[in-house]
Ligand binder design. Structure first.
Ligand code: UP5
Ligand code: MG
Length: 195
């Protein structure tokens, strides 16, 4: 008999809401494969920006805190997922960013089993990103790009969350709290909804 398709969980939320942090915890606890769309794009752009015109443009877009073209993003996700050997689940970090991407993902890949929205106040998002900028230095952790990421997020999120709400696919969690508290809610939700 053929294997059931892996469960697909999308984790969305503002920049600094803890998507990466929580997705890694999910992957560890449930043995799911982890896909960070931001990381996928950053790696590809670093690799190709000097030799390829398309990617040098995308590098500029991302470094400015804007969204990469939808079709490129979907293609990257598809390629990545196809390389995953076998898994009971896949947790996708930071995708989709707007309704258009959500529709395209469903068209070309699948309907997600669950979407987790990490809701965080603007104040907290800024605070966390500033702190991380001092410690790490991601190309888009500069004040201007942080502002753009926050603005884009605000513009796109309400319609996106509404879209998933109407289809009964999304759970919104308070992500202002500390990591462990947030994860406790996430794992209760996953236990309830997926198994
Ligand atoms: N931290 C985390 N949780 C905490 C907690 N509960 N309490 C206190 N501190 C907490 O966390 C951020 C920081 O806060 C860390 O230092 C962490 O320790 C601490 P993290 O888990 O990194 O948050 P995350 O939500 O992952 O923040 P990130 O900055 O990665 O979010 P972005 O949405 O900005 O980044 P992403 O990598 O998803 O996207 C980057 C860019 O890629 C986008 O701007 C866009 O240009 C491009 N992109 C697309 O174009 N299309 C896509 O579909 C996806 C990305
Ligand atoms: Mg992240």
């Amino acid at each position: 008999p053929s294997r059931p398709r892996p469960k697909v969980i999308l984790v969305i939320g503002g920049p600094g809401s803890g998507k990466g942090t929580q997705c890694l915890k999910i992957a560890e606890r449930y043995g799911f494969q982890y896909v960070s769309v931001g990381e996928l794009l950053r790696k590809k752009m670093i690799h190709n920006a000097t030799s390829n015109r398309k990617w040098s443009l995308i590098a500029k877009i991302i470094t400015n805190g804007e969204l990469a073209p939808q079709e490129t993003t979907i293609t990257e996700i598809k390629q990545k997922i196809m390389k995953i050997p076998e898994a009971s689940g896949i947790v996708i970090d930071g995708f989709p960013r707007d309704v258009g991407q959500a529709l395209s993902f469903e068209d070309q890949i699948c309907t997600p089993d669950l979407v987790v929205f990490l809701a965080c106040t603007n104040h907290r998002l800024k605070e966390r990103l500033q702190k991380r900028a001092e410690q790490q230095g991601r190309p888009d952790d500069n004040p201007k790009a942080i502002d753009r990421r926050l603005t884009n997020f605000k513009q796109n999120t309400i319609p996106l969350v509404k879209y998933f709400q109407e289809r009964g696919l999304i759970v919104t969690l308070d992500a202002d709290r500390d990591e462990e508290e947030v994860f406790c809610d996430i794992s209760m939700t996953l236990d309830n909804k997926l198994f």
